[in-house]
Design a protein around this ligand. Structure first.
Ligand code: PRX
Length: 634
């Protein structure tokens, strides 16, 4: 397989300081890891007991490969664990969320204040008839209301489906239709890079194409005036003032296996996959991974700079930190706007102790140079994190030196929307190798397989697989058990989870993730499917056909290049190119706009008519095109 190109393992080791070792929850990773694998169910049982259960489970694991159920017979609600239980402790008046807007506005919520808001909004949802198992689509920017709405859904057993606010009309429409949500929560607009993104307008367009939505709740953020349909639309702040929004709502005693949320992610086909997570296992996984990997303590201010609309935000802005009773910082807007030191200023201002971001953001910061972080006192930082794409060793070292000042270990966490929580990651006491995401997390049986399903020897690239189920794994693809089985459990059988990434392991057992095996492109850490991009391109009236590929990009990890065949008689022009790009922005979202478009007369295809993106990519990169015997180009 040509994607298994070799990567040189870093020989340099970065050992944790005595201070880090002294404060860490995990002293001896190797010993604990062995135990967690040898006594896998016992380990997860002991972990699950750290949470509150309304009724203790009968069984730890109920496994009917490839379908796993965890903690069956148990009653638990993630919101009881993330909020309710804290308000009876010293955490009642502790800050749960600190929020900073792009316009400099700041809001804070203690655990008790957040609890009150969640109770109130849960009652609002109930008043609209939302019941356990109903799906609620949330299309909001990075503002505290997104957390309140998600938690309010979970509290009453409704299933939230958050759609990232950078997605546009068709992406939102597809997700509403798949989930069949009768209710949509959005905002008038969102701020990003000084501009207003017209979320309400996009939502109106999407609902025209997805008329299942009967109620729209609109949070005021930009207050720039939007059109409201009086038969359907309500302002959030007005609803929260009504008597229906009373301040106590009973937390539903959900089954451990009751659905908590759907989060759509890209795969090989154009139809996004609704990844389904449940209350019990997801709570256990996000709780323990936040605790052990970020070493969260009660005195910490923790900042995950992702957007809540992606899995990183779900698990590590909202659920994981709140389950640990931590203070979680949410920051709206673009990282380096209005100044390149915005983030470093925020770290100093709030005394952030744990900071978690993506390699793309670090590369962006590097471009501006170290003078910007050097202007600020970053001495509060203790632990750094990275996620979303491989981090190049030189970027790792810059992050370590200029942000972590050579004393903060970097947790390069490898995981996925599907996994719910970290799968392969260092822990703070583990010596680090730049570019490696460390070793499997406790309880995770990770391996690298060759084409025949044999474990690869060290330094050999292969398929990254997980050989045992784990509590926070997705339960299925919403309404599509067959696709779940075919996508993840067909290559090596029903017991082996195929992650979709290639990786290798070095002689010391450190993992290095190399890239995707499918038609997924990671652009600035965002996960996009080539088929989704192509579908958006051909919505343009001038386009007959298209093919999208990912190309290595210095800043974004990958950029998108699209090859476009125009309809007969249409003239190629630069303005048409720009128009096609913008059309992708309108349909799918600005993040999916191709960086480059090349007009071509035809696309390479197999005899059965499938576009051979592999060939386009090889040509683009000037490498061997492999076996071309099945190609047909007319
Ligand atoms: O290819 C891997 C890459 O991101 C994919 C999962 O994307 P998504 O579901 O959007 O979740 C992103 C946040 C967890 C993986 O299959 N990926 C994620 N983390 C890393 C990574 N690649 C290398 N190193 C990582 N730390």
């Amino acid at each position: 397989m040509d994607t298994f190109d070799t990567l040189t393992s870093e020989k340099e080791l970065f050992s944790p300081s005595k201070e880090i070792i002294k404060n860490s929850y995990i002293e001896d990773y190797d010993k604990l890891y062995q135990y967690s694998i040898n006594e896998n169910e016992k380990f997860w049982d002991e972990t699950a007991r750290q949470l509150d259960w309304f009724k203790h489970y009968d069984k730890v694991l109920d496994y009917n490969p490839p379908f796993a159920k965890w903690f069956t017979g148990g009653k638990i609600n993630i919101v009881h664990n993330a909020l309710d239980r804290h308000i009876h402790t010293f955490r009642k008046n502790k800050l749960a969320i600190i929020w900073e807007g792009e316009d400099g506005k700041e809001r804070t919520y203690t655990y008790f204040a957040l609890y009150r808001q969640v109770n109130k909004f849960a009652n609002v949802l109930k008043s609209f008839g939302v019941k356990k198992g109903d799906r609620v689509t949330i299309y909001l920017p990075n503002i505290p209301e997104i957390a309140i709405c998600m938690l309010a859904c979970a509290k009453i057993g409704a299933i939230h489906s958050v759609v990232y606010a950078g997605f546009s009309v068709d992406a939102l429409k597809d997700r509403i239709l798949d989930a069949k949500s009768k209710i949509l929560i959005t905002s008038d607009g969102a701020y990003r890079g000084g501009k207003i993104i017209e979320l309400k307008k996009i939502a109106d367009e999407a609902i025209k194409k997805a008329p299942v939505v009967q109620t729209v709740i609109v949070v005021k953020r930009t207050e720039h005036g939007v059109s409201m349909d009086s038969s359907r639309d309500f302002y959030y702040d007005e609803l929260m003032k009504l008597p229906i929004a009373s301040s106590y709502c009973k937390t539903e005693e959900t089954d451990a296996e009751d659905p908590l949320f759907i989060l759509y992610t890209s795969g090989t086909t154009g139809q996004p996959k609704g990844i389904l997570h449940v209350h019990g296992g997801y709570a256990v996984g996000t709780y323990i991974s936040s605790k052990y990997v970020f070493d969260i303590k009660d005195s910490d201010t923790y900042w995950c700079a992702a957007d809540p609309g992606w899995i990183t935000g779900h698990s590590y802005i909202i659920y994981g930190p709140l389950l640990n009773g931590a203070t979680s910082l949410m920051v709206e807007g673009a990282p380096f706007y209005p100044y390149p030191d915005r983030w470093w200023k925020i770290i100093e201002k709030h005394g952030v102790n744990i900071f978690y971001t993506s390699p793309t953001a670090v590369r962006g910061a590097m471009r501006y140079g170290e003078a910007w972080p050097n202007r600020h006192n970053l001495s509060s930082l203790r632990i750094l994190g990275s996620v979303g794409e491989p981090i190049n060793p030189e970027v790792w070292k810059w992050y370590y030196k200029h942000i972590g000042k050579e004393h903060c270990p970097i947790m390069d966490t490898w995981w996925q929307t599907e996994s719910g929580a970290f799968l392969i990651t260092p822990v703070p006491t583990m010596p680090l190798k730049p570019g490696s995401c460390g070793k499997p997390f406790l309880g995770i049986d990770a391996d690298i397989f060759d084409e025949n399903g044999n474990s690869c020897e060290s330094e050999k690239g292969g398929y990254l697989v997980i050989k045992k189920p784990w509590p926070s794994m997705m339960r299925t693809i919403y309404n599509d058990d067959k696709r779940y089985e075919e996508t993840y459990f067909s290559k090596f059988g029903k017991n082996i989870y195929l992650a979709g990434d290639t990786a290798k392991r070095d002689i010391d057992g450190y993992f290095y993730v190399m890239g995707r095996i499918d038609d997924v492109i990671k652009v600035s850490g965002y996960r996009l499917g080539t088929a989704e991009i192509e579908s958006a391109i051909i919505t343009h009236a001038a386009v007959a056909e298209s093919a999208a590929i990912g190309k290595p990009h210095e800043l974004k990890g990958n950029s998108i290049k699209a090859f476009v065949v125009l309809k007969p008689g249409i003239e190629k022009s630069d303005s048409l190119m720009e128009d096609i790009r913008n059309n992708v922005g309108t349909h799918l979202g600005p993040i999916a706009k191709p960086d480059e478009i090349e007009f071509v007369d035809s696309l390479p295809k197999t005899r059965s008519g499938k576009i051979m993106r592999r060939v386009l990519k090889a040509r683009e990169m000037g490498i061997s095109e492999g076996d071309l015997s099945t190609i047909e180009e007319d």
